[in-house]
Each structure stands twice: as structure tokens, then as C-alpha cells.
Write a protein that binds this ligand. Structure first.
Ligand code: DAH
Length: 351
């Protein structure tokens, strides 16, 4: 066996060994260059010596050398692929997101409790067929008072601590004001629509009052008005009983107490049985079993006449619900200021 054959055997064994030992694609390239490089490669050089060998050896060595070359090439290619896929797996495992980690929670907003309660109140009456009406927060003295049967010097005006807009006057020269209740929407609606009328009017109202646990200079009401032929207190009681049960639970009761509001006759105050103690008496209802919830009554004939309706033909009921009052009662909140401070720790509880 000639030297060249021994050389070839050694190259073959070494090159395959070095290929399997190579730990990086770069190391593989070096093995490739060492044995198969176009000028310096050991196998390349060996093949270049073929022409100088005796013909019988030349043929044999040529065949073996080409075999060794092909075997090395395929070992290199195979190893290269496995190194590259190992490198890819490593990079991915080091840089990719861990999909099993818990996600960052998405903080969702929610409606303000007063908005929610206002929407709930309105929805109850919408189901009864009431439409939603709205009026402006800046009102005329006429709509806020006079047309609601408060003549100019009527003492009931004093019970509303009114904010007047001194520099803004209505057509008659009276200063405009911030509405003290949503009742003026009744007037606006009756002036522009013909009976049968069934509306609720939610909105903000303003009174010049000091802020404390149960008072604020701005708060919310939902006004209700029904005008039709043959409307009586029984219709009012039916509608308000349904309202009480929808808002506070199926066994809620309503109670009417005589009261006074200039624009209704009779005027009544409506109590709802206490949802906290089911009428047995507790801190919330001050041991009476009842909570005062809203004002209501039958629309005063003067009001109907004032908007051009014949009180002999039409009658109606009206009510005014305090949204804050309902919200406080419904959620057991004992300080109204919490609704306006907008501390998210408070608001979050209503989402
Ligand atoms: N507007 C009255 C207030 O704010 C509440 C009220 C009482 C409204 C009786 C009504 C009603 O519609 O009939 O004090």
C-alpha cells in the first residue's frame, strides 16, 4: 500500500472526526477549508498528485479519494444543518416571550354610579312607554318658576336657593338662572307637544347650597310627566310601585304622604319601603321602615292652562326623582360627596 493510500485513509478518518467535533458553523467552515479548500485543501492536493502515480494506483486512489470527498461533503452538510437548528433553538429560547406568563390585565373603565343609576331609572320608564326629553341647564325664570305655578312673589321660590345669571336676561328682561329642578322640562315639552304625553327628563340641577353629606350645589334629577285623558293618582301609584320594584327588588312598596309643591295638586311625597331591613327598621331608614325618595303629584290645573291645555279634558301626574338619593339608598352610600370626588377606589366598586 503506497504512502498516498495511507494519507487518504488518515484524511478520511480525521476529517470525519473533526466534522463531528465541530461545535460551530465557523469551525465546520474551517474543516471544509482544511480538506476541501480549492488550493490548500489536503484532499484537493492529494487529488492533484494523481497524474504522477502509476496508472493502476491512479484509478484506485482516484475512486477512493472522490468517495472520501463526497462522504466528507455530506457529513459537513449534515452537521451544518444540525448546528444551525441548534443555534436557532437557542436564540429563540433566550429571546422569545414566555407564553405561559400571566398577561398584563387590561384596566377597563366603567360608568359612573350616578350615570348608571340615572340610566336605570330612565330605562324603567322607557319600558312603560315613556319618551326621554331634555332641557337646558340655563333656564328662564318663567319656565323654572312662573309657569310651574310659582307667581313672582311666591314664598316657595325661597325654598330653592337659586343661582341667577345677572348679566344674562330673557326676552322679558328677567335674569336667566341655573335650573333648580328638572320640572321646567315639563313646561317646555307641554308647549311643544300634544297629549298623550309620557316623558322622563334626566339632568343636572343647581342650588346655592353648602356641600355636606346630603347636600350639593349640583345634583341630578329625573323628572317624569304623564298627561292624558283620565289620568289619576292610581296611575301614578302604579307607575311608581313598578319603579320601586325594578330599582330595589320585587317586594318594595311605596307610600304616599301629603305634601306641597306649587305645580301639583295634590302634592305628595313618596316613600319606598327600606330595602336594607325590608321595612323592619334600621339605621338607613332611621328605624321607620321607609325612606323618602321623591316628590310627585297631579299636574296643577294652572300649569295645564298655562301651556294651553284644558284641565277639564286632560289631567296628568308628575314626579321628580333625586338620582343621588336613589344611588345612596341602592348602594348603601351614606355620604353624597363620594360621588363627586371621583376617587377610583370608590368608583371601581360599581363597574
Ligand atoms: N321639582 C321638585 C324639586 O326639585 C320635585 C318634584 C316634586 C317634581 C313634585 C315633580 C313633582 O314633578 O310633581 O324639589
Amino acid at each position: 500500500m503506497s504512502e498516498s493510500f495511507e494519507q487518504l485513509n488518515k484524511y478520511q478518518v480525521d476529517s470525519l472526526h473533526e466534522t463531528s467535533e465541530a461545535a460551530t458553523p465557523e469551525a465546520l467552515d474551517a474543516v471544509h477549508l482544511k480538506y476541501l479548500g480549492r488550493k490548500e485543501g489536503l484532499l484537493t492536493q492529494l487529488l492533484q498528485t494523481l497524474p504522477s502515480l502509476p496508472p493502476d494506483q491512479r484509478k484506485e486512489l482516484g475512486r477512493k479519494a472522490n468517495e472520501a470527498k463526497r462522504a466528507l461533503e455530506s457529513a459537513l452538510a449534515e452537521k451544518k444543518q444540525s448546528l444551525e437548528s441548534a443555534r436557532l433553538t437557542k436564540t429563540l429560547s433566550e429571546t422569545a416571550e414566555d407564553l405561559t406568563l400571566p398577561g398584563t390585565p387590561l384596566v377597563r373603565g366603567g360608568l359612573h354610579p350616578l350615570t348608571k343609576v340615572e340610566e336605570d331609572i330612565v330605562a324603567v320608564f322607557q319600558r312603560l312607554g315613556f319618551n326621554v326629553a331634555e332641557g337646558p341647564e340655563v333656564e328662564t325664570d318663567d319656565n323654572n318658576f312662573t309657569a310651574l305655578n310659582h307667581p313672582p312673589d311666591h314664598p316657595a321660590r325661597d325654598s330653592h336657593d337659586t343661582f341667577y345669571l345677572k348679566s344674562h336676561k330673557d326676552a322679558a328682561g328677567a335674569p336667566l338662572l341655573l335650573r333648580t329642578h328638572t320640572s321646567p322640562v315639563q313646561i317646555r315639552y307641554m308647549k311643544t307637544h300634544k297629549p298623550p304625553l309620557y316623558i322622563v327628563a334626566p339632568g343636572r340641577v343647581f342650588r346655592h347650597e353648602a356641600v355636606d353629606a346630603t347636600h350639593s350645589f349640583v345634583f341630578h334629577q329625573v323628572e317624569g310627566l304623564a298627561v292624558d285623558e283620565g289620568i289619576s293618582l292610581a296611575d301614578l301609584k302604579g307607575a311608581l310601585t313598578l319603579f320601586a320594584r325594578e330599582m330595589f327588588g320585587g317586594s318594595a312598596e311605596v307610600r304616599f304622604r301629603p305634601s306641597y309643591f306649587p305645580f301639583v295638586e295634590p302634592g305628595i311625597e313618596v316613600d319606598i319601603s327600606c330595602a336594607f331591613c325590608s321595612g323592619k327598621g334600621c339605621r338607613v331608614c332611621k328605624n321607620t321602615g321607609w325612606v323618602e325618595m321623591l316628590g310627585a303629584g297631579l299636574v296643577h290645573p294652572n300649569v295645564l292652562r298655562g301651556v294651553g291645555l284644558d284641565p277639564g279634558k286632560f289631567s296628568g301626574y308628575a314626579f321628580g326623582i333625586g338620582v343621588e338619593r336613589v344611588a345612596m339608598f341602592k348602594y348603601g352610600v351614606d355620604d353624597m360627596r363620594l360621588f363627586y370626588e371621583n376617587d377610583v377606589r370608590f368608583l371601581r366598586q360599581f363597574r
